[in-house]
Design a protein around this ligand. Structure first.
Ligand code: SF4
Length: 507
């Protein structure tokens, strides 16, 4: 086995005695909350089609490819020579739609949405696309992200007489559009988006137009492609592959694309403020086969694993990744160190959303239902376990203990991101700061808590280098948002306990 590529300082990591003294994988886990897989929750995904005779079917396949971004509800709205058709439901795309529904969604233009509720309750009324009547006709809206000043705007609009039907942020934008004096939808959208703050990829559909808009920081990914003469929009490029579309480009921060009978038009509703693409998309949220800003996610994660190996090498017998999002980083770590990559952990793909909640006694089986350690791979071995992040720490403890129970003699945990210390306000469902283990404990305390022999996180510099985005002179942090690691939020925050907007970079 060759470890020649690893730098010498990393080699000198101090040896620590194995800690494993327990007998059961869940020993030491705090059961106050029922979190089988204590992962951050993806936000939402959007998909749009302009000018294709099978728009609803394309939206179906596109949303299916984006299903990892939200599994609670989904919907598609089409426009057909002035008529709107739409269907929304709770559940997965394949459960909510069938051929009959799709046949009824006539029209050449469509927008679709998959949702995990980041704001607003989880119920059908909040499933998107949301469809409204306004003075110029029907309007459907689908969005991915979160508006940080939505509550403030909602209160203001309510005081001025607006009545809200849902608790979704998206309705705030619909009310702003409805109140605009502009007749053209693109002008009304422009005016509305100049009022909102936050992270978003918006799709607006009227009887004859489709408008796509990205927030002025470019926080959420949003791409445009072509399928023949049709235009396709999606949260991630993996949706293009699903429908045979060709990637054209990313929607730029503060940019608006308008499609109508007059053709394709590029416009701007805001200047780029500070480009700040979400770093967690590269680390965890996006699918490995997607590209963001022309950077492939799998390749970026492999580089994170390689970088982690140079920053925190440990001698071991096998490297394994927590499936699915950590496998690319684990391959990178193995490539860099020469330690063989093995499938030490297997995910059960069929527990799904409808899995029956276990009784209190069986609840402790939770992680075992989702993950298994492969005994023949890890027994008697020193294992490096790569994970993409640690949120509360409960799942890490369970997985470390799973490996130990399967016979691993040492478990060294390497995390392919810096410590996640701050909540996200841009469309990612994160716990309060007090629940984030990295905000409350030192790395050594976390190591003890998760029962690992050693623990290291990727450095912030190492992360930016691994993502590999060009560093433009006018940008900070290579144009990335890193706020959950460094508290440098790219926008003002409108926190409820604050009376007024506060700077995004308080410490
Ligand atoms: S705070 Fe973190 S999760 Fe939220 S947008 Fe920024 S990098 Fe992404």
């Amino acid at each position: 086995m060759s470890h020649a590529k690893v730098n010498e300082t990393a080699r000198q990591a101090p040896e620590q005695p194995p800690l494993w003294t327990g007998r059961f994988y869940n020993e030491g886990v705090d059961h106050d909350h029922d979190l089988w897989m204590d992962k951050l929750k993806e936000e939402c995904g959007v998909f749009g089609v302009y000018g294709h005779s099978e728009a609803s079917h394309l939206a179906y396949y596109g949303l299916h490819a984006l299903q990892h971004r939200g599994q609670e509800s989904c919907g598609i709205c089409t426009s057909d020579v002035g008529n709107f058709h739409y269907h929304r439901g709770m559940g997965l795309v394949k459960e909510v739609f069938d051929n009959e529904f799709l046949q009824r969604l006539q029209g050449e233009n469509a927008i679709g949405h998959v949702r995990y509720s980041t704001s607003g309750e989880s119920k059908l009324a909040n499933a998107q696309p949301l469809v409204f009547k306004y003075k110029e006709g029907d309007l459907a809206i689908a969005t991915n992200g979160n508006l940080v000043n939505a509550k403030e705007l909602r209160h203001k609009l309510e005081r001025q007489g607006s009545i809200f039907q849902t608790s979704s942020d998206t309705e705030v934008v619909a009310h702003l559009i409805a109140r605009s004096q502009h007749e053209r939808i693109e002008d009304a959208v422009k005016e509305a988006l100049q009022e909102v703050k936050g992270a978003y990829a918006f799709l607006f559909l009227t009887k004859d137009k489709l408008v796509a808009a990205a927030d002025p920081h470019g926080l959420r990914p949003f791409v445009m492609g072509r399928l023949g003469d049709a235009y396709i929009f999606a949260s991630e490029t993996c949706a293009f592959d699903a429908v045979g579309a060709v990637y054209e480009r990313d929607i730029l921060p503060g940019e608006m694309i308008v499609l109508s009978q007059d053709g394709y038009r590029e416009d701007r509703f805001a200047q780029v403020e500070r480009r700040a693409t979400c770093a967690m998309e590269y680390i965890y949220f996006a699918r490995p086969d997607s590209d963001i800003d022309a950077i492939n996610i799998h390749s970026a994660r492999k580089r994170m694993g390689r970088q982690l190996a140079t920053e925190a090498f440990v001698d071991a017998d096998v490297v394994t990744g927590v499936p699915d999002s950590s496998i690319s980083a684990a391959i990178g770590f193995a490539e860099q160190t020469g330690i063989p990559y093995e499938l030490g952990l297997i995910k059960n793909r069929y527990t799904g959303r409808t899995f029956i909640q276990p009784s209190q006694e069986l609840r402790e089986q939770g992680v075992k239902m989702k993950l298994s350690a492969v005994r023949k791979v890890v027994e008697g071995k020193r294992v490096v376990m790569i994970d993409d992040s640690i949120v509360r720490g409960t799942t890490s403890l369970r997985i470390v203990n799973l490996l130990r129970e399967a016979g691993a003699t040492e478990v060294h945990v390497r995390i392919s991101s810096p410590p996640f210390m701050n909540p996200c306000y841009y469309g990612i469902d994160t716990p309060n700061r007090e629940e984030l283990i990295a905000a409350m404990k030192t790395v050594e305390e976390i190591r003890q808590k998760i029962n690992a022999d050693s623990l290291h996180f990727l450095s912030k510099e190492g992360l930016l280098q691994s993502i590999g985005r060009e560093h433009e002179p006018h940008e900070t942090k290579h144009g990335m948002c890193m706020a959950c690691f460094d508290h440098d939020y790219p926008t003002q925050l409108y926190l409820e306990k604050e009376q007024s907007p506060v700077s995004g970079s308080r410490s």
